[in-house]
Design a protein around this ligand. Structure first.
Ligand SMILES: C[S@@+](CC[C@H](N)C(=O)[O-])C[C@H]1O[C@@H](n2cnc3c(N)ncnc32)[C@H](O)[C@@H]1O
Length: 285
């Protein structure tokens, strides 16, 4: 039933007509904001509700470039997946993948190599509902609903095992998601558990909100307090996730600086410094 669509079934008002008569999948709670839907609202998508848009608008009031920040992240996702595909990676595990939008991982990877396989993992069931429609005829891509804070469950999931061969190099993606984890949830240990499961020659691709300015601190409060969890981290803290792996050039940098395809100015704006990330390879010895 989760992928069936119906109007006026608002969990918030017990089924009364939603003021905006919006359509949504049965079983999706629209009274509580969802990270995936807030991000969709920031990117200008249509798969979001008033409760999500309120957070997106509060973020916009603090950092007017917030839409650009989402687009920088999607753009670097495309550049990063292409980079890994060019290194020979043919299987991608995309954790915290979000709602389908532009430049989805499988589209970038399969444009490079039609045989590339992609497993999307997200804890929000709305991602599965939308992903099913997008992937109906793509047997090299699947969506799994799971919580990445449980690496054992994710790595042992039958749908993950069915598509990903853990004896062949993998592109592990944690793009725009680790900042949703609290320190007491052990984000470093969680990322480490995934890194450990990768064969040599695999890559870790991680991007993260960065505590790079007073505006970033204000945004962190608006964005993550309302969404219930997480923390913006410093460049040093973000770099620590790549520990023991070999960072590819240019290392951990603000997203527009990661292998840009167009010239960028010397002075980055607050928005351009809001997220940082990089890609690193698992050493062969
Ligand atoms: C900001 S979106 C990023 C989407 C995409 N990776 C990108 O960078 O464009 C973060 C996604 O991570 C998901 N997420 C957050 N915490 C998660 C968890 N513990 N396990 C799995 N997914 C999670 C959210 O549901 C959301 O879809």
């Amino acid at each position: 039933m989760a992928d069936e669509w119906r109007a006026s079934d608002n969990l918030a008002d017990g089924g009364a007509n939603d003021a905006e008569s919006e359509w949504r999948p049965v079983g999706i709670d629209i009274s509580t904001p969802s990270i995936a839907r807030v991000y969709d609202a920031v990117l200008g998508g249509k798969d979001n509700y008033p409760v999500d848009r309120a957070i997106a608008e509060a973020s916009l009031a603090i950092v007017p470039e917030i839409g650009d920040v989402g687009r920088f992240n999607r753009a670097v996702l495309g550049r990063g997946v292409r980079f890994m595909a060019e290194q020979g990676i043919r299987q991608f595990l995309d954790l915290g993948s979000g709602l389908p939008t532009v430049q989805n991982t499988h589209q970038v990877a399969q444009a490079h190599s039609a045989d590339a396989k992609v497993v999307y993992v997200d804890k929000d069931p709305i991602v599965l509902a939308h992903g099913r429609a997008l992937l109906a005829e793509n047997d090299r891509t699947t969506v799994v609903t799971a919580d990445l804070r449980d690496p054992e469950a994710v790595l042992g999931h039958p749908d993950v095992r069915a598509l990903i061969d853990f004896d062949q190099p993998i592109g592990l993606m944690l793009v725009g998601v680790v900042h949703h984890l609290n320190d007491d949830e052990g984000p470093l240990a969680i990322v480490e558990a995934y890194k450990k499961a990768l064969p040599p020659g695999s890559y870790l691709f991680l991007t993260h909100f960065c505590a790079s300015s007073p505006d970033a601190v204000a945004l962190e409060k608006a964005l993550l307090t309302d969404l219930g969890s997480g923390r913006f981290r410093t460049l040093e803290e973000i770099t620590a996730y790549f520990d023991d792996f070999d960072l590819v050039e240019p290392g951990v940098v603000y997203l527009p600086q990661w292998r840009p395809e167009e010239p960028i100015g010397d002075e980055l704006t607050v928005g351009q410094r809001l997220m940082a990330g990089g890609i690193a390879a698992k050493p062969t010895a």
